[in-house]
Structures are given as C-alpha cells and as structure tokens.
Design a protein around this ligand. Structure first.
Ligand SMILES: NC(=O)c1ccc[n+]([C@@H]2O[C@H](COP(=O)([O-])OP(=O)(O)OC[C@H]3O[C@@H](n4cnc5c(N)ncnc54)[C@H](OP(=O)(O)O)[C@@H]3O)[C@@H](O)[C@H]2O)c1
Length: 289
C-alpha cells in the first residue's frame, strides 16, 4: 500500500525537504510521494487533525507553524517540549506525537559530518533566534564546558544564557558588535552561526559575522545558513585554516531523523546529502544564469 507523508509551511516553495526526502524514499524502494502543502495559519488545526487517517505516516513542519501545531497533538517528546517547537509529526493508528529533530540533527551533523564531539568544549554561538535555541539546548544536553552567545539584540542572548545557568553550565551573553567577540572567538573550539548573515536573499547577503583574523585555525566553524552552500563565513574560516561544516548537513540530518521515526529504518544520509546539495547548486545556477 502506498503511504502518505510530506511537509507543511507557509510559504513552502523554498523548502528542499521534498527533494532529499523523495531521494531517500526512492533509494529505499518505498512507494510514496513526499508532498509539500502550503497551509495558511487558519487551516493548521484542521490539517493536523486530518493526519490521523490510515496510510498517513506523518509530516515535517516548517516555519511559521512549528509552534502552532502543538495544541492539536496528543503528545510531544522532551526535545519538542523544551524547544517549544515541533518539526516532525508521527501518526500511529490515529494518535499524533510531536518531535523536534533539529537538536539531534545538529549534533549528528557535528559528529558524523565533522567528527566533532561538543562534550567538554568551548562554544561560541552567533545569533539567538529559533535556530540558536535548538542548538543551545542540544549543546547543553551534550555537556559543553562553556557557552558564549553573541547576538545583535542582547536580551535575546541573555534569555538563552538563562537556559545554561539552570544547568550550571558557565555561559555569558555578548553583543555581536562588542569588542569581546574577538576574544570569545579566539577561545572557541566550535563557532556556530545561527544568524541570517550571509544568507542569499537575506538583508545581509554577502556579509560574514566574523572575519578570518578572528577565527582560530583550531576551531570548527559550522554555519547553519545553507543558501549559499559556501557562505561568506565558511570562506573566511577556510582562509583562517579552520575546519568548516555547512548548514546543509544539519538540514539533512534533522530530516534523516524524521525519516527514521516514520519508517523505523536508517535513513540513507549520503543519498539525501547529495540530493540536497545538488538542489541548492541548481537553484544558485538558475539565479545566476
Ligand atoms: N541548517 C539548518 O538546518 C537550519 C535550521 C534552522 C535555521 N537555519 C538557518 O539559520 C538562520 C537563522 O534562522 P532562525 O530560524 O533562527 O531565524 P530567526 O529566529 O529569525 O533569528 C535570526 C537571527 O539572526 C539575527 N540577525 C538578523 N539580521 C541580522 C543583522 N543584520 N545583523 C546581525 N544579526 C542579525 C537575529 O538577531 P536579532 O535577535 O537581533 O534580531 C537573530 O539572532 C537562517 O539563515 C536559517 O535558514 C538553518
């Protein structure tokens, strides 16, 4: 029997989840089409309730509905409860559970994509929005030694620091423009960019939150921005001699975790990564061509 699955968001045309999830389904010989549904805020409740139907495995949820779906679910897991956001819904015999695979996707990307274990390490997180919250929660769970969170709006960084303080992990908030930033970068084992700086079509396309002279060659630099694949920050990090990891890895690993929840089998990550990277390259060529 063919099964149903897909993703909801508003708008949804930008999402490349359909590309790499379909590549995984095809590779595994699963008879299913991963769909993309553009759902307006008013329609979220009705859409989620209808997921209880037979043959519907579940969905991914992207912006702006990650919080809005929660009241319509029967249960949410610890990761989703802590993040206050759901990116994966699983339907088991009409019972809907909500999950958040961003944190585990981020950690798997670090481990499997860059051989980096954050336990006991010093981490600088740039940004304090939704993506940063998921990253900080994952790093705290993994037992980082020390966190610095740098954001344009200091209060948002301070809110994330309170998450660390409640777990007795040393953390401090700084402004993205403060003179402390270069010191924090110099001491970091891992630098994660979760700002939108450098993102294609963003307000600061072409900008990097750090320049090469502030990036230590011993650090791993992970830019969560994946459009373009090779961001201005990653270029600066390469010039500094640091190790780099692109945002496409986290994107694919969070999707791989969803796939594994729906099908109970390992996701073909290399196939998904190749499909996602190819889709991003094709998009940038069609823009430049
Ligand atoms: N790879 C992945 O799987 C993945 C997953 C999620 C998100 N992302 C990417 O991560 C980025 C952030 O997403 P998000 O959902 O966290 O967005 P968000 O909640 O809107 O947060 C945006 C962040 O960028 C900062 N920012 C925006 N414009 C800035 C500027 N001109 N100068 C300095 N800082 C600026 C914001 O600072 P303020 O607080 O001061 O506004 C905030 O920290 C996006 O590029 C997104 O595509 C990637």
């Amino acid at each position: 029997m063919s099964v149903e699955l897909g993703i909801i968001g508003y708008p949804i045309g930008h999402s490349i989840s359909p590309v790499f999830q379909q590549a995984a389904l095809d590779h595994c010989g699963i008879d299913a089409a991963y769909q993309a549904w553009e759902v307006h805020h008013d329609g979220v409740g009705g859409f989620v309730n209808a997921l209880r139907r037979p043959g519907m495995l579940g969905i991914n949820v992207t912006v702006p509905h990650k919080e809005a779906v929660i009241p319509f679910l029967d249960e949410v897991d610890d990761w989703a409860a802590e993040a206050g956001a759901v990116n994966t819904i699983v339907n088991r015999d009409g019972r809907l559970t909500g999950h958040n695979t961003d944190g585990t996707g981020f950690l798997r990307a670090l481990r499997e994509g860059a051989g980096f274990d954050p336990a006991g390490r010093k981490v600088l997180v740039l940004g304090a929005g939704g993506a940063a919250r998921g990253v900080v929660l994952a790093l705290l769970r993994d037992g980082v030694a020390e966190l610095v969170i740098a954001n344009r709006t200091l209060q948002r960084a301070e809110a994330l620091v309170r998450l660390a303080s409640s777990r007795d992990i040393p953390a401090r908030a700084i402004s993205l423009t403060s003179s402390d930033l270069s010191q924090a970068a110099a001491e970091a084992d891992l630098i994660v960019n979760s700002t939108t700086l450098g993102m294609t079509h963003g307000p600061d396309e072409g900008a990097s939150p750090l320049s090469r002279e502030h990036i230590p060659p011993t650090a791993l630099v992970n830019d969560l921005v994946y459009n373009p694949l090779r961001t201005p920050l990653l270029q600066e990090a390469e010039q500094a001699g640091a190790s780099v990891l692109g945002g496409i890895q986290m994107l694919v690993y969070q999707g791989a975790a969803s796939f594994e929840m729906w099908f109970g089998q390992p996701a073909p990550v290399p196939v998904m990564l190749e499909a996602a990277s190819q889709a991003m390259r094709a998009r940038s060529q069609s823009l430049n061509g």
